[in-house]
Design a binder for this molecule. Sequence first.
Ligand code: ACM
Length: 547
Amino acid sequence: MRRLLTGMLALSAVAVLAACSFAVKGPAAKPVQFAGIIPAPARFEAGQGTFAFGRGTAIVVRSEAGAVPAGFLKEGLKKRIGLNLAIKQTAPASGAVVLETSASASVSPEGYVLAVGPEKVTISAPAEAGLFYGVQSLLQMIDARGAARGRTIPCARIEDQPRFGYRGLMLDESRHFFGKETVKQCLDQMAYLKLNRFHWHLTDSAGWRIEIKKYPKLTEIGGIGNHTEPDAPARFYTQDDIREIVAYARLRQITIIPEIDMPGHASAATRAYPEFSGGGSQRYPGFTFNPGSEKTYGFLEDVLGEVAALFPGPYIHLGGDEVSFGNQQWDTDPQIVGFRQEHGLKDKVELEHYFIRRMAGAIEGLGKVTMGWDEITSSQVPPDKSVLFWWRHDKRLLLRRALQKGYRVVLCPRAPLYFDFIQLEGQQVGRRPMFNDLARVYNFPDPIIKDVVPEGTATQIQGVQACVWTESIAGDKRLKYMTFPRIAALAEDAWTPAANKNYDDFLGRVRGYLRVLDREKIHYFDVFDPARTPEPPAPERAAKPLS
Ligand code: ACM
């Protein structure tokens, strides 16, 4: 049943041409593997013949878990091949797509088996997530055929399950605000590519973007401005907006992780409520919360309480990064120094660790797991109750030690997974000097797992995440340009077994994905022909990244 892929994958070279042209030569003449599916499935076996969708084809749902995936299939088919198929509970003699839950399916809870035969298509999975992903693979098979030929798909058998449980994308909406429609479009594409965690960076120095009922000035004042225009009218999500987006994501098997960054990156909050400010620096005024005031802890616990009630997922991310950018006053402010001495804390670093442990305790008290940037490792937060995000790619020892201490880790190193870094030499706007092109994003995480992850700790790697920081990304078009199609490489890093990964073959499937992006009117960077989808113009006042 299992086809050995290695032999099937040709070894034709990928040419990355220098500087201005930077085009990628794809395997245009080769048949597309895996029926065009991204991320490449764990096992794929091509069959004989084809299945043809027609007006009489039924979508058959045999269990409660199939109801939502069947709805997505129905809508997906309507959009792609113009057929509005009925959803039924029993199968006709032939011509059906059957969605069934099967405890015996030999795949993990998110896995599925998709069998396309000449008479019927069956998707079986242990749970709703697998049925949903089976539907995505089926829709991708149709997309790979194109609008004109999509009513007929090749017979095949796919047994699939993810490599990692955490398959994430982070969006920074503090530096620039994009709004509900953009977020929903990103969630749609995440679902299509089987990504399942949306890490939402909702607060930072440029703007506070989530309504907190008890502290309305957080959005009335803290929501004003962005990284390019400090006086832009307040933009933020109301609690109703948040509930709407959470529900939208949930239907698509995506858990949202809200990030409330603390004790640094807090200037928007401290502009609104200066009484909770622990000071900042000349470059970063009001950068920190005041760790020496009980009132600050009370305020943040209230905020986290409202956040926990809005997001049903098991996690809250408390940031914890780069506190040293603006904690100088922690050495001189009499209240902060007094608090530190009273709690037997040697210096401001110990005070920072105390702050993080205390807020992690508050998150635990809300029944959630604490997530934080890799700085929180040194705070001694309990390894069984916290998850670290390893972002400083140059701190390999830190990753090793964190794993040795038993922490669970999400890998999101700046190189290659920060998507605000440029993707080709000639790009006008974006972080440098590294550039995170498609190939580098694709060549992950195995080099890190091989070179850095200590033996016996690989199971603590929860997964991978790309981060779209937006100091240099103002506007929907640039956001898409920086995210697509790199997100497809991320999806394959997160889902596909290392043995099935092959960049050349992936490029063949990316060609098809670009057509999907055209259909969805999503701007992107055309890796094959950069001149075809030009870089959007820079914002009037080009923003300078903070870090
Ligand atoms: C970060 O990039 N400061 C997490």
